[in-house]
Ligand binder design. Structure first.
Ligand SMILES: C[S@@+](CC[C@H](N)C(=O)[O-])C[C@H]1O[C@@H](n2cnc3c(N)ncnc32)[C@H](O)[C@@H]1O
Length: 348
């Protein structure tokens, strides 16, 4: 459990603590340690929701210097030195840079984000990823993503972003008040919900697609009263996360695992960056049916998907096995038609 010593601390009450209001309320507090006890109810159906009734306030430490320590060099994983704007916010990437004293490499921020891919700064070297990654790098798909593309997931059983957030709150409880990485954030719909909830000390919206990050930046700029402090956009490969080991409280990956070039490398990376007790929560499409029980069909399907670089869908058993193989425990999931939300944690 995290211990907070900063003076910049807020208590955040979940809406359900305060009657029927949908708003979050902030209150200055000096409580140094979080002690959370919740009564919660999850119901999985096409109208799935979670009722979250914390009996104690969530304490959120928003100290920039603490949050900056999470960022690391994607080559050596050593913490980087932040040069520039003393604040950590959406606006601070432009004009700031991150320096790795071990690799002697500087990662400069552009207007919308920090590029923390390993090839960042390369002038002549270019690399293309499998189709499921490259597709989302195009300006066209990035533009369309929140303008119809994501809404179509409802046909597969996805409840939609707000309901998905309500649904995951129960899973997030052990890590509320800490930092959250929205891995493969796309144009950032969940990272924006996380930031506005006030339940996290730092929100990192991370994606490989520079165009998705630009879209996210534009959406945030258009929102009134968006809490831009402790909210940053980072370009990175899920298989090489630019965070110090055991430094992250929560990793969320919405509708993304089926797009990753190597789900096992990615989940192993997530496991590396999570602190003991840290939470991984993700959604994807389930692939059940004959592929699950006819022995030769499963490897055949995996091979075809891997070779073609297309989307990799898994069964519930495979997801659980993958988490376990990558050092995560306590797998649990909620399903609705082809939609699955699952969680697993880093052992304490
Ligand atoms: C279907 S979108 C999901 C967006 C969002 N999380 C959601 O819930 O709607 C999949 C995202 O995965 C990202 N992605 C694919 N390969 C990636 C990789 N190797 N590293 C990081 N992100 C990747 C894509 O750029 C895309 O934004």
């Amino acid at each position: 459990m995290a211990t907070f010593t900063s003076t910049n601390i807020f208590s955040v009450y979940l809406p359900s603590q305060l009657g029927n209001s949908r708003r979050c309320f902030f209150k200055t507090s000096t409580i140094p340690i979080i002690n959370r006890k919740f009564a919660a109810k999850i119901r999985a159906s096409s109208t799935a929701f979670v009722e979250t009734k914390p009996t104690e306030p969530i304490v959120v430490d928003k100290e920039s210097s603490v949050n900056k320590k999470v960022l690391a060099c994607p080559i050596c994983f050593e913490p980087v030195t932040w040069i520039g704007d003393p604040c950590l916010s959406l606006e601070s990437a432009a004009g700031s840079s991150l320096q790795c004293n071990t690799c002697k490499k500087t990662y400069s921020g552009v207007q919308s984000h920090f590029d923390l891919t390993t090839a960042s700064g390369a002038k002549n070297y270019g690399e293309s990823m499998p189709f499921a990654t490259e597709l989302f790098r195009t300006p066209f798909v990035s533009f369309l993503y929140e303008r119809g593309w994501r809404q179509n997931f409802i046909w597969g059983g996805f409840p939609g972003p707000e309901k998905e957030f309500e649904l995951m709150k129960d899973y997030l409880k052990p890590a509320l008040g800490g930092n959250i990485i929205d891995a493969s954030c796309g144009s950032g719909m969940f990272s924006r919900i996380f930031a506005k909830s006030g339940l996290f000390s730092l929100v990192v919206a991370l994606d490989y697609s520079e165009n998705m990050l630009k879209q996210c930046y534009e959406f945030v700029k258009k929102e009134e009263n968006f809490p831009k402090e402790n909210y940053i956009l980072v370009r990175a490969d899920i298989s090489r996360l630019p965070f110090a080991s055991s430094s992250v409280d929560t990793v969320h990956a919405g509708a993304a695992i089926h797009c990753w070039p190597s789900p096992s490398t990615a989940v192993a990376e997530i496991s590396r960056v999570l602190r003991p007790g840290g939470v991984f929560v993700a959604t994807t499409y389930i692939l059940d049916g004959p592929f699950n029980f006819i022995p030769f069909l499963r490897p055949l399907r995996q091979n075809i998907m891997q070779i073609s670089g297309s989307f990799t869908f898994m069964s519930e058993n495979e997801l659980e096995d993958l988490c376990r193989a990558c050092g995560l425990v306590g797998f649990s999931c909620i399903r609705n038609r082809r939609f699955v939300m699952f969680t697993a944690t880093k052992p304490i």
